[in-house]
Design a protein around this ligand. Structure first.
Ligand code: ZN
Length: 140
């Protein structure tokens, strides 16, 4: 499948890709929202947000390219009106990122439903990204 292959071809740091239609990630992707830094654990995806890729039909090279673009310098992205995509060095890490991003999407959704979530600063997220490089990884 192109959406998996494009990462194996172009990114040395991605050797496994996980794709889901999990509810809360798909909900935000339906709004075509990025997931902002509402929780430090978002750093597991390698950035201070998870970006939503532009819409393209499933199973097309166009979707693969749009996902690739949204996942630059990241290990996760949303697919507009579709779902979630994650990638990592191996399957356990890619799966773990998918689980954690879905959890972040759920808590963001829940917080947003009763108030305005307070977001972490870029400085704090940079610090979290540093920490995740050393102890955030699941051991394969
Ligand atoms: Zn799908």
């Amino acid at each position: 499948m192109d959406m998996h292959r494009i990462f194996y071809q172009k990114r040395k740091d991605i050797r496994a890709v996980v794709h889901t239609h999990s509810t809360y990630s798909t909900t935000l992707a339906t709004l075509r929202w990025d997931l902002p830094a509402s929780n430090y654990y978002l750093a597991i995806a390698g950035g201070n947000n998870v970006k939503c890729a532009d819409y393209a039909s499933f199973g097309t090279w166009d979707l693969a390219e749009k996902a690739y673009e949204a996942m630059q310098n990241r290990y996760a992205c949303f697919l507009a009106n579709h779902g979630l995509l994650t990638g990592s060095i191996d399957l356990p890490n890619a799966f773990s990122i998918a689980e954690e991003i879905e959890r972040c999407a759920e808590t963001y959704y829940r917080a947003k439903s009763i108030g305005e979530p307070v977001l972490l600063s870029d400085e704090e997220m940079d610090f979290m990204l540093e920490k995740f490089q050393t102890y955030g990884q699941v051991k394969a």
